[in-house]
Design a protein around this ligand. Structure first.
Ligand code: GAL
Length: 439
């Protein structure tokens, strides 16, 4: 069986384990050989077509920060922005799959470290770039827990630009106070959180917001983590935890209850418009990855006064992980440009500039204390959690399951939330959607 480390029983590996690596430097290093022997980088370096879904709002600002460093480091390579709108890659992944099938590949594309990459590897659409890891000394620059999730049958196919945390509640402290909720003491578990949502509803505000399908899957996965714990949640992907179990049913029932507190008119919105009511003081909570920091920053909102954040109740000490990672497609027209891009995004300079704006933390674990000090309070906190917490992998963001499975889960979730089917029917659909996992 192919080895891709996704979940099972992986405890946090301290960042300290990763030894210091040097700055990846700028374009133009020595030639890199892939493990197959051919030089995958040979070819046009005059431009690089970069496909992401960082097309709008606060996400676009992150990409622009990265582009700036890229152009400074590679003045002779033109950056071509091939971004496709839609948070979570909701539109991009479909277009990408068609482009790859039609041999119309971009020079590099955003994907998630982990199971999602297996889709492209199985279809023989991306290239083993392990040689670049040796050339740039990236195996010692990234923490072992990340290298593990990037490795498939001993090979690595992408370079991560960042690490995001998914299990975060973003809350409006004023809305909580109006409802008589202690903002210093987050609820201990999902039941206590639901009790607080009842108070907010009674006070006349929307307790929690959620948007389109992928944001609903995102919310669901964090409830699964809360109710099953890290080991139980990890077991969902290797067959040790049964999707038709009572524990899963409990989580689905919690999800049903929490969805009943949401504003249905937001269910077709992307993540940023769906969380705006929380930022504006019309709603209390939103569960979102820490790209939310970028949304607050772009509206000049301050942590502590304008917003507070805490792990989804019941997931304290667990880091629901995902990383954006960039590839070299087999049919890239400008592989020299791709190499330049991967060097920039892996460099300290690129990672610092990008992550400061994006809300995520650098994938590199060799930042000095002074460099870490340049990040926001939230991000410094996330760096510590990533080093100390138990790491689990995100479903909604491709770390835990292949695209096919996350799409099937997403269909089951929207069928449930839009038709008001029973929890039993919902569970049966989810069982069907996940039937190939762990085989
Ligand atoms: C995730 C991605 C993040 C952010 C988010 C919202 O899948 O990893 O970087 O872009 O979607 O669009």
């Amino acid at each position: 069986m192919r080895r891709i480390t996704t979940l099972a029983g992986i405890a946090a590996v301290s960042l300290a384990l990763a030894a210091c690596g040097g700055n990846a430097g700028t374009n133009g290093g020595t030639e890199t050989q892939s493990s197959e022997g051919a030089n995958p980088w040979e070819g046009d370096a005059s431009q690089v077509d970069v496909m992401t879904w960082w097309e709008a709002g606060s996400e676009k600002l992150g990409l622009e920060a990265l582009e700036k460093v890229f152009q400074e480091q590679n003045p002779d390579t033109k950056f071509v922005n091939a971004a496709i709108a839609g948070g979570g890659g909701s539109q991009a992944k479909q277009k990408l799959s068609a482009d790859l099938a039609n041999k119309n590949a971009p020079d590099t594309f955003q994907a998630h470290a982990g199971a999602e990459l297996t889709d492209y590897i199985d279809a023989d659409q991306i290239v083993d770039i392990s040689g670049l890891y040796d050339e740039l000394d990236l195996k010692s620059a990234f923490p072992a827990t990340l290298i593990d999730r990037l490795t498939v049958d001993g090979s690595i196919y992408s370079v991560p630009s960042n690490v995001h945390r998914a299990n975060v509640v973003w809350a409006n402290p004023n809305v909580l106070k109006e409802a008589g909720i202690d903002t210093e003491k987050p609820p201990a578990d999902i039941d206590a959180w639901i009790a607080d949502m009842e108070k907010i509803k009674a006070a006349g505000k929307t307790p929690i917001t959620v948007g389109m399908a992928w944001t609903q899957v995102h919310l669901l996965e964090t409830i699964l983590i809360a109710d099953l714990g890290a080991d139980g949640y990890n077991g969902l992907f290797d067959g040790k935890t049964k999707w038709d179990s009572d524990e899963v049913k409990k989580a689905l029932t919690h999800f049903e209850k929490i969805m009943s507190f949401t504003d249905k008119s937001l269910h077709s919105e992307d993540w940023e418009p769906a969380m705006n009511p929380v930022i504006e003081g019309k709603a209390a909570y939103n569960v979102m990855g820490d790209w939310a920091v970028a949304a607050y920053d772009s509206q000049q909102k301050k942590a502590g006064t304008d917003y507070i954040y805490f792990p989804v109740p019941g997931t304290d000490g667990i880091f629901d992980f995902l990383a954006d990672s960039f590839t070299l497609p087999k049919d890239a027209k400008h592989p020299g440009g791709t190499k330049a891009w991967l060097q920039t995004i892996s460099s300290k300079e690129g990672q610092i500039a990008f992550n400061k704006v994006k809300g995520s933390i650098p994938a590199r674990s060799d930042l000095s204390d002074a460099e870490k000090g340049e990040f926001s309070e939230y991000q410094q906190n996330a760096m510590q959690s990533f080093g100390n917490d138990t790491i689990v992998s995100s479903i909604a963001h491709g770390a835990a399951v292949p695209v096919k499975v996350s799409n099937a889960i997403s269909d089951a979730v929207t069928k449930f939330t839009e038709t008001g089917a029973s929890v039993d029917d919902f569970q049966a659909e989810i069982v069907k959607a996940t039937q190939d996992l762990g085989k």
